[in-house]
Design a protein around this ligand. Structure first.
Ligand SMILES: NC(=O)C1=CN([C@@H]2O[C@H](COP(=O)(O)OP(=O)(O)OC[C@H]3O[C@@H](n4cnc5c(N)ncnc54)[C@H](OP(=O)(O)O)[C@@H]3O)[C@@H](O)[C@H]2O)C=CC1
Ligand SMILES: Nc1nc2c(ncn2[C@@H]2O[C@H](COP(=O)(O)O)[C@@H](O)[C@H]2O)c(=O)[nH]1
Length: 325
C-alpha cells in the first residue's frame, strides 16, 4: 500500500490549452445538481449556519447545514424550498432521528440532500439509517460517513448511499488520532485514493485540506468533492465567538466532538482553536476558485476531469521547502 499525504505530493504540469485561466470550468455535479466548485464547507457549528447556507445556495455553491440545532431543521427545509433553493441537512443515527425522517416524509418535506454525519460511519447504525431514508425519502441524495476504508465505502454504497465521505481523524481540530490511535490522519490523501478505487459513486474527501492546492490533489486521487473546515473558519460571517489578543482579531473553531459542542466531557474527540480573522467568506471562495482554475490550466485542460489524469511525484514532506503560506 502506497502511503502519502497532501504535503508529500506534487502534480506534474501538462501543456496549457487555454489563453486565460478564466476559461477553466470548476463546475461539479452531485446527483441532479451542479455546483460552482467541488468544495463544501464542513457541517460544523463554527463553520456554517443557516444564513451562510442560504447564501451559499443562492450563489451556486454546495452546502451541508449541520445537525446541532435539531428542531430548526424542518423549518429550514421549508424556508429554503419557499425560495426555490436546495435543502441540504445533516442527521445522526440516534433513535429520535428515525422520528425526524418520518416527520419529513409525512409533511412531504423532501430535502434534496441528507448527510448522515457520525464519527465511525462503517457501522450497522449508518447502514440502517441509509436504508430508512431511502425507503421514506427515495428522491433524497444520501451522503454517508465518515469512513476510511474501501470495505466501508462498498458497504455503505450497497446499503443505498449515493456518496460516501472519507476521513477519520485528519481534521485540524480532531484529536481522534491521538486519543484512539485510529484513523486516516497523516495519510488522508492515500486513504482517499484507496477508497475511490473501490467506489462506484462519488467520494467526498473530508478533513486535512490545508492549502487550495490540496483541493486539486484530492480530485487527482479520486474525490468528487472536498469538505473543508479550518480554511473556512475565522471569517467575518463565521458563527462563533470573536476575541482580540494583542490587537489581533481571532475567531473560535471547535470540533463537533469537542466538549464545547457536546456541553460535557464525555467521549471527547475534538478540541477548540482560535484562528486569525480572515475577512469575507466570498473573497476566500473567489480565491479558491481562481486557484482551482489555475490548477486545471496546469493540468492541461479546461475542466476538473483534466486534473484526474495528471501524473504526480512523491516528494516526501519537502514541498514547502521552509516556506509558509
Ligand atoms: N471525521 C472524524 O474524524 C470525526 C468526526 N466527528 C464528528 O463529531 C460529531 C459527533 O460524532 P458522533 O460522536 O459519532 O455522533 P453522536 O454523538 O451523534 O453519536 C452517534 C452514535 O454513534 C455512537 N458512536 C460514536 N462513536 C462511536 C464509536 N467510535 N464506536 C461506536 N459507536 C460510536 C454514539 O454512541 P456513544 O457516544 O454512546 O458511543 C451514538 O449512539 C459528528 O459531527 C462527527 O462528524 C467526531 C469524531 C471523528
Ligand atoms: N476527530 C474529529 N473530527 C472532527 C471533529 N469535528 C469535525 N471533525 C472533522 O474535521 C473535518 C474538518 O477538517 P479540517 O481539517 O478541514 O478542519 C470535518 O468536516 C469533520 O469531518 C471532531 O470533534 N473530532
Amino acid at each position: 500500500m502506497k502511503i502519502f499525504d497532501y504535503e508529500d505530493i506534487q502534480l506534474v504540469p501538462n501543456k496549457c490549452i487555454v489563453n486565460s485561466r478564466s476559461e477553466c470550468d470548476t463546475t461539479v455535479t452531485l446527483g441532479k445538481y451542479s455546483f460552482k466548485m467541488p468544495v463544501v464547507p464542513a457541517n460544523m457549528q463554527t463553520i456554517v449556519d443557516e444564513t451562510i447556507s442560504e447564501w451559499l445556495a443562492e450563489n451556486g455553491y454546495f452546502y451541508i447545514m449541520h445537525r446541532f440545532e435539531e428542531e430548526k431543521r424542518a423549518p429550514f427545509i421549508e424556508r429554503m424550498h419557499a425560495k426555490n433553493l436546495i435543502a441540504s441537512i445533516s442527521v445522526g443515527v440516534k433513535d429520535y432521528e428515525y422520528g425526524f425522517i418520518d416527520e419529513l416524509a409525512e409533511k412531504k418535506l423532501n430535502p434534496e440532500f441528507i448527510t448522515i454525519d457520525i464519527a465511525h460511519g462503517h457501522s450497522d447504525s449508518v447502514i440502517s439509517m441509509i436504508k430508512y431514508i431511502k425507503e421514506k425519502l427515495p428522491e433524497t441524495f444520501v451522503i454517508a460517513g465518515n469512513v476510511g476504508t474501501p470495505e466501508a465505502v462498498r458497504e455503505l454504497e450497497n446499503a443505498g448511499a449515493d456518496a460516501t465521505k472519507v476521513g477519520i481523524g485528519p481534521g485540524k481540530v480532531c484529536i481522534t488520532k491521538i486519543k484512539t490511535g485510529f484513523g486516516t490522519g497523516g495519510w488522508q490523501l492515500a486513504a482517499v485514493r484507496r477508497c475511490s478505487k473501490a467506489a462506484r459513486k462519488p467520494i467526498i474527501a473530508d478533513g486535512g485540506i490545508r492549502t487550495h492546492g490540496d483541493i486539486a490533489k484530492s480530485i487527482r486521487f479520486g474525490a468528487s468533492m472536498v469538505m473543508i473546515g479550518s480554511l473556512f473558519a475565522g471569517h467575518e460571517e463565521s458563527p462563533g465567538e470573536t476575541i482580540v489578543v494583542d490587537g489581533v482579531v481571532k475567531k473560535e473553531y471547535f470540533g463537533s466532538a469537542s466538549e464545547f459542542q457536546k456541553g460535557e466531557k464525555k467521549n471527547v474527540e475534538g478540541k477548540k482553536i482560535w484562528v486569525n480573522h480572515k475577512g469575507s467568506l466570498a473573497d476566500t471562495l473567489n480565491e479558491m476558485q481562481q486557484d482551482l482554475q489555475s490548477s486545471i490550466s496546469y493540468a492541461g485542460g479546461r475542466d476538473l476531469e483534466a486534473i484526474r489524469k495528471v501524473d504526480y511525484v512523491i516528494v516526501k514532506n519537502s514541498i514547502f521547502n521552509g516556506d509558509t503560506i
